[in-house]
Design a protein around this ligand. Sequence first.
Ligand code: ADP
Ligand code: MG
Length: 672
Amino acid sequence: MTSVREIKGIGEKTQKLLLKLHIESVEDLVHHYPRCYTTYPDPVLVSEVRTGVRCSICCQVASPPVLRAVRRLKLITCLAADQSGQIFLRWFNMPYLKNTLKQGERFIFTGTPVFKDGRIMLEQPEINSPEKYEKLTETFQPVYPLTAGLSNKTLQKAIAAAFDLYYAREFLPEQIRDYYDLWDENRALKEVHFPSGTDNLMEAKKRIIFDEFFRFFSALELVKERENQALNHYVIEMDESISSFLDSLPYELTGAQKRTLKDIRNDLSGTMAMNRLVQGDVGSGKTVVAMAAMLAAVKAGYQAALMAPTEVLARQHYETFTAMLGKEGVRVGLLTGSGKASEKKEIRKKLETGELDLIVGTHALIQENVTYKNLALVVTDEQHRFGVKQRDALFNKGREPHVLIMSATPIPRTLGIILYRDLDVSIMDEMPASRLPIKNCVVKQSARMTAWNFIKKEVEAGHQAFVICPMIEENETMDVENVTQYTGMLARNLPPEISVESLNGRMSADQKNDIMDRFAAGEIKVLVSTTVVEVGIDVPNATVMLIENAERFGLAQLHQLRGRVGRGKAQSYCIFISGSDQEEALERLSVVGRSNDGFYIAGEDLKLRGPGEFFGTKQSGTMNFALGDIYSNADILKAASEAVDHLRGTGFNFLEVGQYSLDESLNFARNL
Ligand code: ADP
Ligand code: MG
């Protein structure tokens, strides 16, 4: 790795700023891609100029430029005019412009007009000759993710200089490059930073995105090689051991649950260790399936572990498991990061001696100081929150246990097949029949009072409600609803006997647990929260989900949030309040408004974003690729997957595929 300090013009100060963007080396720098691109717009008439809208005007200099000193600033002003009118132009600390801006000469001025001193003016506009501008309109200007103190220009210069010190070694075989018509990586990188036109930029992005996906699949290839060798060290027969448990359930399993259980049964008694993903929409009943598998493991004399991404969720599972499996004689424990050291030590001891059969917890389950007597099955709930290192830690506790991964991330089926190629997949695409579909509505902020009244009515009918605000405290934009303030406001608008409390990610685990416990017990009626309740929480008595600033969330996330209601027998409701009146925002929200099907929503999300996103900002929060988007670049995803298939068994070394370590690539893989 070559340090950025090797680049001419980068000193200690810039180095520090770059570090804030996680850029340390020349390699990092050339892989710091533009967030999006701006284009030079076609010039408009002065009479058409509007404040706040970036534009270009083609004008003659109508008055000789005047240079003045205002405090410490050197201010230069002049008038510019076209056939439709005149406009004021102003620059700071560029006194040399006095000679450039000759009266009567024609320039294109580009900038964002502001309203100051009673008139519209352009401050600091860019100046170009008409000939030069003509060329510029054909180009894209990269806009980089920045940090305070670092300008786009500085970064651009640094990247240009970095290319003198960087050369990417080609890792793709020529036949693959030819077949998929892929550019050379070096050329692609340069084009992405310094685009020469739409078509070329498309080609360049294609190569870089292909590489990202290819590396991802190469990493999966390595996992597969390794995990394929895992033999079944814990043969578990599932049928009899769990039949009484299944019979005791207050409901009949859905067809999808039965099919999934059958898949698991075959795995557990097969020759290879299980490595299965259960993909089922929120509320499809994944927990009971996992529970049955874990019970079978315990009845066969082994231990089983369930890892949850948050402490709140772990506790919830612990309570469910204790209530449902205690009577089967299963000894259930809970291990999370919080709690007394002495208690945790006690639990760890019991895991080692085998006094506990089943353990529920967070990543505390896989810390070095935890030893299991005979762990045969590991279930991870909402695994996309777990890194691969954490997962691997479990393998090292002994011989590889069976692994069951439960996920509610709605990835369209065609993509799922490609992305989860290292796992066997069971899809639970059926909701329990007893469930009433959630009723949805998308409204503007003006309907908030009506929504609050609705909550009041539901609570008075004995139910509970969730309210989700996107962020805590006014650390970002002013219009973001503030959980704490919001809670106060809502409480004042509801009768005093209705208890309203708030939950946020900055609270201590104990505080969160306490609030969740009281909400689950029905003591708290309305819970205002950030997205910490997003995964897994099951409070069947909650019938209303109100989401503020819904336009700020991804559709998939909204769907997850909504999944917190509609879990009991009563009719549930989800109200999406849009903080924006824009048609686009409302249209996007209408997708979750009209459907409760996660797969449909994921598909519509894809259509809405479409290939237009190719040049824009990547929106999706669930994918960790720098440029690639598994939805809008689905074709490239498929190509990269095929390429890996093609190279398998040819002696191609998947380990030497690029700048990412195996661990990093795997984290990509697991974060989907
Ligand atoms: P998820 O798949 O989102 O994890 P859960 O496992 O938490 O869903 O199940 C949601 C709710 O549905 C729970 O209250 C559970 O008891 C209930 N449930 C699960 N399976 C069935 C079924 N076959 N019929 C009726 N209710 C069910
Ligand atoms: Mg769940």
